[in-house]
Design a binder for this molecule. Structure first.
Ligand code: MG
Length: 100
C-alpha cells in the first residue's frame, strides 16, 4: 500500500474512533505482541502470530505519531540512536579483537 493511502486510513481511524481510543489501542497491541514473544520464548510461539501482532503495533504506532505530529522528530531520534548504537558495536568489536 502506498504511504499516502496508509496515512489517509490512519487519519480516518483517529477521526472515527478518537485520540484516546487509539492511544489505548497501541497499548493493547504492544501487550499482545509482548504475549506472543513470551510464548515464543517458552517454545509455544507462532511466527505468524508474531508477524500479525507486529503489524498491529506498527499500524497503531503510526497513528500515535500522527496524533502528536512527531513523525519527523521520531526519525531524528531513530537516526541519532542507530548511529550511536552502531558506534558502540564498533567499539565492542574493536575491544574483542584486542582481547583475542
Ligand atoms: Mg493485535
Amino acid at each position: 500500500m502506498k504511504k499516502e493511502e496508509e496515512e489517509k486510513i490512519y487519519q480516518e481511524a483517529i477521526e472515527l474512533f478518537g485520540v484516546t481510543s487509539q492511544k489505548i489501542m497501541v497499548i493493547e497491541e504492544m501487550s499482545e505482541l509482548t504475549k506472543e514473544l513470551c510464548k515464543e520464548l517458552r517454545d509455544r510461539g507462532n511466527i505468524e502470530n508474531i508477524a500479525d501482532e507486529l503489524a498491529d503495533v506498527e499500524i497503531t504506532l503510526a497513528q500515535i505519531k500522527n496524533i502528536y505530529g512527531i513523525s519527523e522528530n521520531v526519525e531524528k531520534h531513530k537516526d541519532f540512536k542507530l548511529k550511536r548504537f552502531a558506534s558502540r558495536m564498533s567499539e565492542l568489536k574493536l575491544n574483542q579483537t584486542k582481547q583475542n
